[in-house]
Design a protein around this ligand. Structure first.
Ligand code: SAM
Length: 197
């Protein structure tokens, strides 16, 4: 292994020792890839690139999962897909193959905020959705329905400022960063939101 790999392995060990939580999968669900314009696909790829950097800061690449990955999405990525977990099939199939029966869906339309008791989950799902055109409203709950239709128990949870999602950035990498800060740096939700702004 290169020096770089050694550093990552070292960090993995440290996180294993200090983390209260399992090392869950952070799944970005690309079910809606084809619904995006070329410009949106470019932005989506950029946000995924930033998510890759983040997961390597906190955990390691393999914990980031891209599902529904088709040929076009694959060729749009700017980082080595061999360093993460890439999955061509649907999210429910990935979960089933890994023995995971329930997951937390990060959903701005959810009733409940995400709380520390949710952090023991083995999988967190973020919608691989960019809204530059206004035709994708309500797509995140649809990701949840698809999972439930396929026998995955889904807990929908939002990130909010006193119950309101206005003022919370909706970029995939920022949602991931807020979550990672809450889980692995013990930050309160408001604190984590402020820090990424
Ligand atoms: N158009 C989508 C909708 O109406 O459901 C929102 C897409 S948002 C740009 C991308 C993803 O970030 C969402 O699928 C969700 O997983 C996550 N997300 C964005 N804001 C969030 C919030 N306030 N709380 C929880 N998850 C959020």
């Amino acid at each position: 292994p290169s020096d770089h790999d050694d550093i990552i392995i070292g960090k993995e060990k440290i996180i294993e020792e200090i983390s209260k939580y399992e090392h869950p999968y952070f799944i970005i669900d690309l079910m809606y890839w084809d619904e995006h314009t070329i410009k949106e696909k470019r932005k989506l790829a950029l946000q995924l690139n930033q998510s890759y950097g983040l997961i390597r800061d906190y955990l390691w690449g393999e914990r980031l999962v891209l599902t529904w990955l088709n040929k076009e999405a694959e060729s749009s990525m700017h980082f080595p897909l061999s360093r993460i977990t890439s999955f061509k099939g649907p999210t429910h199939q990935f979960l089933a193959e890994n023995g995971i029966k329930e997951a937390i869906l990060l959903d701005p339309w959810a009733k409940r905020d995400i709380k520390p008791e949710d952090f023991t989950s083995k999988a967190f799902i973020i919608g691989g959705i960019v809204d530059k055109t206004g035709d994708k409203k309500g797509t995140t709950p649809r990701i949840g329905e698809k999972l439930q239709e396929n026998k995955i128990k889904v807990k929908r949870r939002k990130i909010s400022l006193m119950g309101d999602t206005v003022g919370v950035p909706d970029r995939i990498n920022l949602i991931l960063e807020i979550l990672l800060k809450m889980m692995f740096e013990d930050k309160k939700m408001e604190e984590a939101i402020l820090e990424i702004q």
